[in-house]
Design a protein around this ligand. Structure first.
Ligand SMILES: [Zn+2]
Length: 304
């Protein structure tokens, strides 16, 4: 079997959250400076559920309120990814959750840390007022290096706003030439993929684990050449799939879906791009040529 680290084209990781991908030693250092204790159960574990998983970010975010910490972590993520063999990288985060400076200064700090080594995506969050997304689009459109907009987190019954309520800002993002990706169908119905593609004009989908439950949605994804950002370990952690070995990635690739392997959160899921590609190679039905195709989808699917 081909070794993942011998692939000549380098790896691609289009879905890596800044606030879930800190180095453990940086977490310890920031926590010590702020007088906080690092929770012993910070890492994700299998079947914990999306809500529990999202709650882990409240600690990492507490360490990342100031622009200088955002700048440093963005830089370290680029260094780490390069060491993993990643040659196409996109980092994403929700600047509205970092309150130590105005959103513009937080985004600029991330861009300085990245220093042209990665694309940057700004994340709106399920449930928040669409006006926040509009601000993110304005910030993104006026900065080279911000290449796309995302909708992250997940819907809950108590939310006043639903995915389709974000149509206006996402359409504006497209008009400004930004890429659009949406966290959709993360164990939830495949109709979310359809709404994301048809209403929010998504070029890419984060997760999409239930895609194969609806053949019309598969046809749509194939016809529109939608890229699916597959996050194997993360999907098992939040319970979107029962175990990583049941991930539908090989079936997607065999059907011609433009899926690619992503990490989601290197710290919280204890993964690297290399380890996730090695895991993908162990899936039933996976072949070297299918995995090489997935890597190519990642390079081709990057936002510019
Ligand atoms: Zn994500």
């Amino acid at each position: 079997m081909m070794r993942v680290d011998s692939r000549s084209q380098g790896l691609a990781d289009l879905h890596r959250h800044l606030d879930g991908s800190l180095r453990p030693e940086t977490v310890a250092e920031f926590a010590a400076t702020l007088g906080e204790n690092v929770p012993s159960d910070l890492s994700f574990y299998s079947g914990m559920g999306l809500e529990q998983a999202l709650s882990r970010f409240s600690f990492t975010l507490s360490l990342l309120q100031q622009p200088e910490n955002v700048r440093r972590v963005a830089s370290e993520i680029c260094e780490d990814a390069l060491k993993e063999g990643v040659t196409t990288l996109e980092i994403r985060f929700a600047p509205q959750l970092h309150r130590g400076a105005p959103m513009e200064a937080i985004v600029d700090a991330a861009l300085e840390g990245i220093s042209n080594r990665s694309g940057l995506l700004l994340c709106g969050l399920y449930g928040e007022d669409p006006s926040v997304l509009d601000r993110l689009v304005d910030i993104a459109a006026s900065r080279q290096g911000v290449v796309g907009i995302d909708l992250a987190g997940g819907p809950t019954p108590s939310h006043r706003f639903h995915m389709t309520d974000y149509a206006h800002p996402f359409r504006r993002a497209k008009e400004h030439g930004l890429g659009v990706t949406v966290h959709a169908a993360e164990g939830r119905p495949p109709s979310e993929i359809r709404d994301a593609v048809e209403v929010l004009l998504a070029d890419r989908i984060g997760h999409g684990t239930t895609l194969l439950e609806d053949s019309a949605t598969v046809d749509l994804v194939l016809k529109q050449e939608v890229v699916i950002e597959a996050c194997l370990s993360s999907n098992a952690h939040v319970g979107a799939i029962a175990t990583a070995s049941e991930h539908p990635l090989p079936k997607w690739l065999a059907l011609g879906v433009r899926a690619t392997v992503c990490t989601d959160n290197t710290l919280l899921s204890c993964v690297t791009s290399k380890s996730e590609h090695s895991l993908a190679l162990t899936l039933p039905g996976m072949t070297d040529s299918l995995l090489n195709r997935a890597i190519a989808h990642g390079h081709e699917g990057r936002f510019r």
